[in-house]
Design a protein around this ligand. Structure first.
Ligand code: DX5
Ligand code: ZN
Length: 227
């Protein structure tokens, strides 16, 4: 395995989503990261179930759905039915995380949990072994193009330890403010999957930006392996 790249379509051209998904897929995207926002859990509204269903019909790579919504239990069935390969819910958004994680798996998708910058990592201890993905938020969710929070490096290292201690095989996705200049350090600290919106879709040459992310990620992967 090596580092995976998941372009976030939040920064894509919403009037040409199919074209942009095809472009990053051709450039080697491993997953397409889909940010779902409800204007309540986060102060922004983005896309919902019909858009995921439309993308699932055309995307050559799996859709990685990140739910930034309150009461995610109300919607996971619909997102999996729409074609999400993985569904991540926020640890801060539900009182019954265990039930929800197992529901996502029962529906046939890969369950993930996302965690905000100020939430103690220990809230994941009891669920870690049941997860396929942990999304470590390196910005406060709600918007693309925000600055990476430096403390995330330390959180990444501690999350990696926590997952190992719990015998969890979950991959760590790093979400927010990731660009080629940070990718090496992010992966060295424990990131397995790099979400990038602005760094890819905001670049003059998105294909070159993806190659730069992958190359930097590979260096971080090597540094991590040789530790
Ligand atoms: C933040 C979203 C992220 C975001 C990443 O609320 O969850 O996926 O779109 O975008 P960049 O890479 O621009 O920070
Ligand atoms: Zn996201």
């Amino acid at each position: 395995m090596s580092v995976r790249i998941a372009p976030s379509i939040l920064s894509a051209d919403f009037a040409a989503l199919g074209r942009d998904v095809a472009m990053v897929a051709a450039a080697g995207a491993d997953w397409i990261h889909v940010d779902v926002m409800d204007g309540r859990f986060v102060p922004n509204i983005s896309i919902g179930v019909p858009v995921v269903a439309a993308l699932a019909r055309v995307s050559p790579v799996p859709l990685d759905v990140h739910l930034m919504i309150v009461e995610p239990e109300t919607y996971v069935d619909a997102f999996v039915q729409a074609g999400a390969a993985s569904v991540s819910v926020h640890v801060e958004a539900t009182d019954h995380l265990h039930r929800l994680v197992h529901r996502i798996r029962e529906l046939g998708a890969r369950p993930g949990v996302a965690i905000n910058p100020a939430t103690p990592l220990e809230t994941l201890t009891e669920i870690a072994a049941d997860l396929d993905i942990v999304i470590l938020m390196s910005v406060n969710p709600g918007f693309g193009g925000q600055a990476f929070i430096e403390r995330s490096y330390d959180r990444l290292r501690r999350l990696r330890d926590l997952l190992d201690r719990q015998g969890s095989t979950a991959v760590i996705t790093v979400d927010g403010g990731v660009d080629p200049a940070r990718a090496e350090a992010v992966v060295e600290a424990g990131g397995d999957v790099l979400v990038a919106g602005n760094a890819i879709f905001g670049a003059a040459d998105p294909t070159a930006a993806m190659a730069a992310l992958r190359a930097a990620g590979a260096r971080g992967w090597q540094a991590r392996g040789s530790r």
